[in-house]
Ligand binder design. Structure first.
Ligand code: HEC
Ligand code: HEC
Ligand code: HEC
Ligand code: HEC
Length: 188
């Protein structure tokens, strides 16, 4: 009888620990909401229409590129047995969210959007509201990634623009940044 009591006590503590752990994990895990949601505000001219600029970059096509014959050939030459678009080693850079837990992917999120806003700026479920977005520190506290120095930016690019890419081309930051930069006009 006594052991049973102790056992149930231990079990209760165990349950408690598990639930506390879950709550703190939930607090940290921001969800991916998809480009469409970001575009609701980042499409306006006043803010600099980052959506339109991004849409014209190759980043927006990065997933679709994997659906080409050229990509399948590259994958086959590397010894992969799967189509490029089904190969995790290709998706790792062309659509990195492929490895994110399904529970953290929002309904409107589309993997077909390739290298998208949240790939670089972090999952937006908790910073997307106007009130939080307008306050940079709050946005950062809620999961927004910003890159303060040139060095930070270059490091970000280097996570994908590197020799692990089968078609790697020398990466000169200034030149490439010119092709994808999407500034807020008021900030120049
Ligand atoms: C409800 C409107 C709204 C939505 C939705 C929204 N944003 Fe914003 N965002 C803003 C506003 C307003 C600013 C502040 C612009 C300024 O600095 O004048 C901003 C600023 C930013 C900045 C610049 C932060 C800085 O100071 O360096 C980034 C990056 C950003 N948003 C990314 C995103 C991403 C990614 C999404 C989608 C996950 C998103 N935003 C969704 C309104 C929004
Ligand atoms: C998550 C991975 C990833 C990150 C981070 C990333 N890129 Fe890319 N980038 C790609 C992929 C993949 C392509 C090829 C897309 C395609 O052709 O389908 C690409 C293509 C490009 C292109 C088009 C090729 C060209 O030169 O015309 C430019 C420009 C570019 N990236 C600039 C940048 C810059 C600047 C940064 C850092 C601020 C950056 N990228 C960060 C994955 C990434
Ligand atoms: C380490 C990141 C990375 C990995 C892994 C990767 N790619 Fe890419 N891929 C890129 C980048 C970055 C570019 C843009 C080319 C550039 O400017 O260097 C690109 C471009 C391409 C292109 C466009 C052709 C070109 O020369 O621009 C194809 C096709 C492609 N990749 C297929 C694949 C396939 C297939 C795999 C898997 C076997 C793969 N990639 C794995 C980063 C990667
Ligand atoms: C390849 C990575 C990458 C992608 C994709 C990307 N950004 Fe950015 N973004 C950056 C970097 C790097 C900066 C410059 C440093 C900073 O302000 O964080 C930046 C800056 C910004 C800024 C602030 C500009 C300023 O003048 O202060 C906004 C707003 C923004 N991004 C929104 C977006 C939105 C919205 C999308 C999708 C439509 C997007 N970004 C896609 C990397 C990216």
């Amino acid at each position: 009888m006594k052991t049973l009591k102790t056992l149930s006590y231990v079990f209760f503590i165990f349950l408690f620990a598990v639930s506390v752990n879950n709550i703190s994990a939930q607090k940290k895990a921001h969800k991916y909401i998809g480009v469409k949601k970001c575009s609701m505000c980042h499409k306006s001219k006043k803010i600099g229409d980052q959506y339109k600029i991004w849409k014209k970059t190759k980043h927006a096509q990065a997933y679709k590129t994997l659906q080409t014959k050229e990509a399948d050939k590259i994958a086959a030459d590397k010894g992969f047995k799967t189509k490029a678009v089904d190969t995790p080693e290709c998706l790792e850079c062309h659509a990195p969210t492929h490895s994110v837990k399904a529970s953290l992917i929002g309904k409107k999120f589309k993997i077909e959007d390739g290298v998208q806003c949240e790939t670089c700026h972090g999952p937006g479920s908790d910073y997307k509201s106007n009130k939080i977005m307008k306050d940079r520190d709050k946005a950062i506290a809620n999961g927004l990634h910003v890159y303060k120095t040139e060095d930070d930016k270059e490091k970000l690019c280097g996570t994908c623009h590197n020799k692990k890419s089968p078609t790697f081309k020398e990466f000169k930051f200034e030149e490439r940044w010119e092709k994808i930069k999407h500034t807020v006009p008021t900030k120049g």
